[in-house]
Design a protein around this ligand. Structure first.
Ligand code: SF4
Ligand code: SF4
Length: 378
């Protein structure tokens, strides 16, 4: 394993469409079982990305010029801390910094929180995202979040707290800011809200269907451009390459490549930038894609048919007839998208990667078998 640290990569400007983050979804296992979980995660899920594939994806992604971050998600990536640590070291060898998203279930005491974060910080973790809301609170005491936040501060990590809300939410961003003592304008610590998308477990059962109907009329529901498509490149726990980090169950129709097939991440991303469907989703969002593609058909869709953009993608990519409608509409849309991209390119706000054949010299990868996914559970 290389512990060499290269000069840090420079991320693209925030308003630019460019590959910026490699998201490694290490496992769908999670010790929680949140009511809104898009992956229906729990400890009954199976499979884990192995270290060799994680390192290979990192090596490929390092060919993408502006990509500067590797972000570990799940399930909960803190179930496989040694895998995360080794992959962080490998990414640091390419000048990438590390981030991880977790429920902080592991931070039961201040000492334990610091002990678990310390080796990850040593390996290159600079950012922690803690998810907390009513659904998480059914499993994790707020005290654990406070312990994780205190440890993150002790190690000078950038900190985000993601709060998933709907109309009935008791825990919201304001209440967490107050409890965690995070100022709204703090440059290194942010608490932000996202509205539940009716995908995964959030779509299961009659109550979920009723809640989705309410969210369709919630003023906070987002139906605009997708700022994850073509920017956050995800590797699933089975090695599929996805062009975004959406909150919906993994779907092979969205895959742009597969590590198991020998596909290269950078080549898959370059091809996705040349695919007008992903351009349309990135620039206008999947709700607009579906509304425009069905406008002249027998069953036109309206914006209020969707409670979020990932819900719209789930509808699109699970429906071959809708995909056919969208592909037909793309023939009419293509010229406008080319013009839109051209304008953004001229402003430096669209940076499509080219399919490079030159490999950056890869740091060695210690691909010894990772520990089992239960190593840190509980
Ligand atoms: S939402 Fe996050 S913490 Fe909750 S079950 Fe899913 S992966 Fe686990
Ligand atoms: S809206 Fe679609 S493309 Fe964007 S993150 Fe969600 S699933 Fe991915």
């Amino acid at each position: 394993m290389s512990d060499e640290t290269r000069e840090a990569r420079i991320p693209p400007p925030g308003n630019c469409v460019a590959p910026r983050s490699l998201v490694l979804n290490l496992t769908l296992q999670c010790p929680l079982r949140c009511a809104h979980c898009c992956y229906r995660s729990d400890m009954g899920q199976h499979g884990c990305l192995d270290l060799a594939d994680a390192c290979r994806a990192i090596d490929d992604a390092a060919r993408l010029q502006n990509l500067s971050q590797v972000h570990f998600v799940g399930g909960d990536p803190f179930l496989v801390p040694d895998l995360m640590r080794k992959a962080l070291l490998h990414a640091r060898g390419h000048g990438m910094h590390g981030a991880a998203t977790t429920s902080a279930y592991w931070a039961r005491t201040p000492e334990r929180a610091r002990a678990i974060l310390a080796p990850l910080v040593d390996a290159g973790l600079v950012e922690l995202v803690v998810s907390y809301d009513d659904a998480h609170a059914a499993f994790v005491p707020l005290r654990s979040v406070e312990n994780a936040v205190a440890a993150a501060r002790a190690y000078s990590l950038r900190l985000y707290v993601a709060v998933t809300v709907d109309a009935q939410a008791r825990i919201d961003a304001a209440s967490l800011r107050e409890r965690l003592r995070i100022a709204p304008d703090d440059p290194r610590e942010k608490v932000y809200e996202v509205v539940v998308n009716g995908t995964g477990r959030a779509a299961d059962g009659e109550e979920a269907v009723a809640a989705e109907a309410v969210r369709r009329n919630d003023a906070r529901t987002y139906r605009g451009a997708c700022h994850s498509a073509l920017q956050n490149i995800q590797i699933t726990h089975t090695g599929k390459i996805l062009p975004c980090c959406g909150v919906l169950p993994h779907n092979d129709r969205m895959a742009i490549g597969d590590l198991a097939r020998g596909d290269r991440v950078d080549a898959a991303v370059a091809a996705a930038y040349a695919d007008p469907l992903w351009t349309w989703i990135a620039l206008e969002g999947p709700v607009q894609v579906l509304v425009q593609a069905t406008a002249d058909g027998p069953l036109p869709l309206a914006e209020t048919d969707f409670d979020g953009i990932c819900s719209a993608c789930e509808r699109l990519f699970t429906s071959p007839p809708l995909l056919a409608d969208v592909n037909a509409a793309l023939e009419r849309k293509r010229a406008g998208l080319v013009t839109h991209v051209g304008v953004l390119q001229s402003l430096g706000l669209w940076r499509a990667p080219s399919a490079s054949t030159e490999a950056e010299q890869a740091p060695a990868c210690d691909a010894s078998p990772p520990p089992t996914a239960h190593a840190m559970a509980g």
